[in-house]
Write a protein that binds this ligand. Structure first.
Ligand code: PEP
Ligand code: MG
Length: 876
């Protein structure tokens, strides 16, 4: 039979398999710490494979497994010299989840397992600490009843709050043994009332219930949401870790804490953590008591602090990464409960990677592989303008850096709704819990009234790369009234605020921002990435401003200049409309002649910025009606401007109307019907080149790109048109022009007939937006309505418009690449759909042997890093 249960202390066995897959991250690391000789409470891990068996067995723990669990408990009993359920020296257990990758707070944990009405008396006697014993028992009832029996936790919390109010105390620690006695009785009554059963007294029943609950929590709503957001496969399952309880709540020589070996916000090499004296682990993250800075432990428990410092160093050296650690001190004895690679901000990720290379802990290749390209996003966006006027209304802890503005919203579901309407929100909560994960994902930033730097809000926000201000105690939230007060200010739901997660400030209104600083460590990592990548990174840009940003971010050319975007400019839209509304070729030509100088100047500006790098200019693509006025008022305005009648314009709009515009008169079809449009655009490009030459500006070699081609004949005709136009310009200005002609591959037929098409093309650029649309037959503009249903039903695990569908669209890309290169070895291949900036799709592009990816300016550094990772992973 396969081994399904693994003792932490089983030395040597772990190296022979990928331990995290089987033991989960927590289990693997506990075993590793035990192996290193660190103080780990004895225990064992039930493998992730059992999670699968559990679901196969109708969500019941197979009895054979439970027998093995009981055997292992015997081993723990021997080591700890305590007995599970014993009436003189009872062993208590913690039962905790642990999947391959950490999903903080998403799954369930049960502590103090093994207490009942009798063992609690034994525990009191053994420890001579009645308060501690009762406190532990009430915690078990609370946790177990909530997690295993489904009793909502607020029933218990309300009982405690009311009791404290009557007694006139504030802290839980001020409650005595007899107070807890009374509350335990009340808790048990709640359990009876809500579940119609008594709180289970049989410790084995408790254990079985707890293991099942942890497995069940793998499929809880919040865990599923977290997995969806983070693309964690459903079939991985969770392991269950069963461990001897150690107690941080036995008195003032006890404590519990969490620590990061470096600052997870800034990356600075300093111990960063919080702890509470006389408390259990959940108290630190729950935000009910304010934890102390771990550095102060150097005074209060200096021996333990020094021991911790040594362990931090050891673990960092072992894992060669910043660690996030949980520990407990029981009667001056330190116990290690967890270590894992810590979540960090983008800024910290970069600093830590660079520092670790300098410390010779990792190589620069590893540093490049360590940084999640997606989190760079937060660094690349503007930060608050220091000079801007700010109306600061509150401050809190700088829990996750970055600035965000948005409408105040108090519920996670509302934040999600508003995101669907493309509205920016700031989620404001007293504190967040794993239930809020959807809203935290949807909001631009998070503000909480309670909780420290390691609170749920802080940890999750850092992981998501979202700005967060936590523990802003000045703000008083009233969920009922949907408002919060801060001093004299009342902020209502829907009011706009700005938060700065770097300084912890909360401001009224939207505060202006400035460009990010991408020098220093950031540029160092980028230069390493550039050394390791093969794919070139270009940008999609059509304005000088965007082109400049992209160039500063390291773009190596333009992969897609959508010329139609240039048509919308206020000054030229009149001529564009005139051109579309023209009834004769002559009229159309005269309108185009007015647009020409504008287009020429656009290109000139862009060519100057791109200075010798390739620029792909795509000829007009969208259907013409997109440029026409929509409302009656606009129609009247245009009629006046063009000296036409309203009815003339309306009838032209009707003529141009299409049932299916995405598959209608667009792309190269426009060039076939109205060659003069493409001719004007090519003239603009070539004249801009001539101008560059004249002004001695280092010129670019333009790549003229024909959109929406599906047949070789289309590109043949249009390439002739481009060549003819170039010949005319060369003759007119007595100069030579170098240029390329190519096409987008954005229709399945084009991919299949790539060999024929390549005869007339110097390059292909995969337009994966349209290619995805046409391969699936799903409208890219309407998919939002049902995409969620597809993800929910596991038909898609990712939105195919975000991450390339490798099996379908990807297959077409491979076919086109192969067939195209068969015809023309030198064929240059790139991608310019949105996927060009998506790390997973970039990995695919590397495997498919494309030459470049092209993405929006702000994604250029992400693509540079992702391209390096793709190459390094392929080489492995
Ligand atoms: C595409 O279809 O992928 C593309 C880049 O073109 P557009 O988005 O402009 O249709
Ligand atoms: Mg397209």
């Amino acid at each position: 039979m396969k081994k399904l249960i693994f003792r932490f202390s089983n030395r040597g066995s772990r190296e022979s398999f990928n331990s995290k897959d089987i033991l989960g991250g927590k289990g693997a690391n506990l075993a590793q710490m035990a192996k290193l000789g660190l103080p780990v409470p004895p225990g064992f891990t039930i493998s992730t494979k059992v999670c699968y068996d559990f679901y196969k067995n109708n969500k019941k723990l197979p009895s054979k497994i439970f027998q093995q669990v009981k055997q292992e408990i015997k081993v723990i009993e021997k080591i700890s010299k305590k007995k599970f359920g014993d009436l003189s020296n009872p062993l208590l257990l913690s039962v905790r989840s642990g999947s391959r990758v950490s999903m903080p707070g998403m799954m369930d944990t049960i502590l103090n397992l093994g207490l009942n009405d009798k063992t609690v008396v034994a525990l009191k006697k053994k420890t001579s600490n009645g308060r501690f014993a009762k406190d532990s028992y009430r915690r078990l009832i609370q946790m177990y009843s909530n997690v295993v029996l489904g009793v909502e936790s607020h029933f218990f919390e309300e009982l405690i709050d009311n009791y404290k109010l009557t007694k006139g105390v504030i802290q839980d620690t001020e409650l005595e043994e007899n107070d807890w006695d009374g509350l335990i009785t009340n808790f048990k009554e709640v359990v009876k009332e809500k579940t119609k059963k008594n709180f289970p007294q049989d410790v084995n029943e408790q254990l079985q219930g707890a293991i099942s609950a942890v497995f069940l929590s793998w499929n809880s709503k919040r865990a599923k949401t977290y997995r969806k957001i983070n693309f964690i496969p459903d079939h991985w399952g969770t392991a269950v870790n069963i461990q001897t309880m150690v107690f941080g709540n036995m008195g003032n020589d006890c404590a519990t804490g969490v620590a990061f070996t470096r600052n997870p916000s800034t990356g600075k090499k300093e111990i960063f953590g919080e702890y509470l004296v006389n408390a259990q682990g959940e108290d630190v993250v729950a935000g009910t008591r304010t934890p102390k800075n771990l550095l102060s432990m150097n005074k209060s428990m200096s021996k333990i602090f020094q021991q911790l410092k040594k362990i931090f160093k050891l673990l960092e050296n072992k894992y060669r990464d910043m660690q996030d650690i949980e520990f407990t001190v029981e009667n001056n004895q330190l116990w290690m409960l967890q270590t894992r690679s810590g979540k960090r901000t983008a800024k910290a990720a970069i600093k830590i990677a660079v520092d670790m290379v300098q410390e010779k802990l990792i190589s620069n290749k590893e540093a490049v592989l360590r940084i999640d390209p997606n989190i760079l996003d937060t660094l690349l966006h503007p930060t608050l303008d220091e000079k801007a006027e700010k109306k600061i209304i509150a401050s809190g802890l700088p829990a996750s850096p970055g600035a965000a503005s948005g409408k105040v919203i108090f519920s996670a579901d509302e934040a999600e709704k508003l995101m669907e309407q493309m509205q920016d929100t700031i989620l404001v909560r007293v504190e967040t819990s794993p239930e809020d994960i959807n809203g935290m994902h949807a909001a631009k930033g998070i503000l909480t009234a309670r909780g420290g730097m390691t609170s749920h809000a802080a940890v999750v926000a850092r992981g998501m790369g979202k700005p967060c201000v936590s523990g802003s105690s000045e703000i008083k939230i009233d969920y009922e009234k949907k408002e919060f007060k801060s001093g004299d200010h009342i902020v209502k739901e829907g009011d706009v605020i700005t938060i700065d997660g770097g300084s912890g400030k909360v401001m009224l209104g939207k505060v202006p921002t400035v460009k990010p600083d991408i020098s220093g460590d950031f540029s160092k990592v980028m230069s390493w990435a550039d050394k390791f990548r093969k794919l070139r990174v270009r940008t999609n840009s059509e304005t000088p401003a965007d082109t400049k940003i992209a160039r500063d971010f390291g773009a190596e050319g333009i992969g897609l200049c959508r010329t139609e975007h240039m048509f919308f400019d206020e000054k030229r839209i009149v001529s564009v409309r005139q051109m579309i509304l023209s009834k004769t070729l002559e009229d159309r030509r005269s309108a185009l002649a007015k647009i020409l100088p504008y287009q020429k100047n656009d290109f000139l500006e862009i060519f100057k910025i791109m200075n010798g790098l390739p620029v792909t200019v795509r000829l007009l693509d969208p259907p013409l009606h997109e440029f026409l006025p929509k409302t009656d008022k606009d129609i009247s305005d245009v009629a006046r401007e063009l000296n036409m009648s309203n009815s003339d314009i309306k009838s032209r709009i009707v003529e141009l109307h299409e049932q299916n515009p995405m598959l209608g008169h667009r792309g190269c079809r426009l060039g076939i019907s109205f060659p003069e449009i493409y001719q004007m655009q090519c003239t603009a490009v070539f004249e801009a080149l001539v101008e560059c030459k004249r002004k001695k500006i280092k010129s670019v070699i333009p790549e003229i790109m024909i959109p929406l081609v599906s047949t070789a004949a289309e590109i043949q005709i249009l390439k002739n048109l481009v060549d003819k136009t170039a010949a005319e310009i060369q003759k007119k200005y007595s100069t030579k022009i170098k240029y390329y002609v190519g096409t987008m591959i954005e229709l399945p037929r084009a991919a299949i007939r790539a060999k024929d098409i390549a005869k007339y093309a110097d390059f292909f650029s995969f337009g994966t937006n349209d290619l995805t649309q046409t391969t699936f037959g799903i409208s890219r503009d309407d998919s939002g309505k049902f995409l969620n249903d597809y993800v929910e039903n596991n038909i898609f695990n990712k939105d195919p418009f975000v991450s390339i569908d490798e099996r379908g669209v990807g297959e077409l890309i491979k076919i086109a690449t192969e067939r195209g290169r068969l015809e023309k070895k030198s064929l240059k291949l790139g991608i310019c759909g949105e996927h060009g900036g998506d790390p997973a799709s970039i990995e695919f592009c590397e495997k498919a042997k494309l030459n470049y990816v092209s993405c929006s300016p702000y994604r250029v550094p992400i693509a540079r890093l992702a391209a390096a990772q793709a190459y390094l992973k392929k080489k492995k």
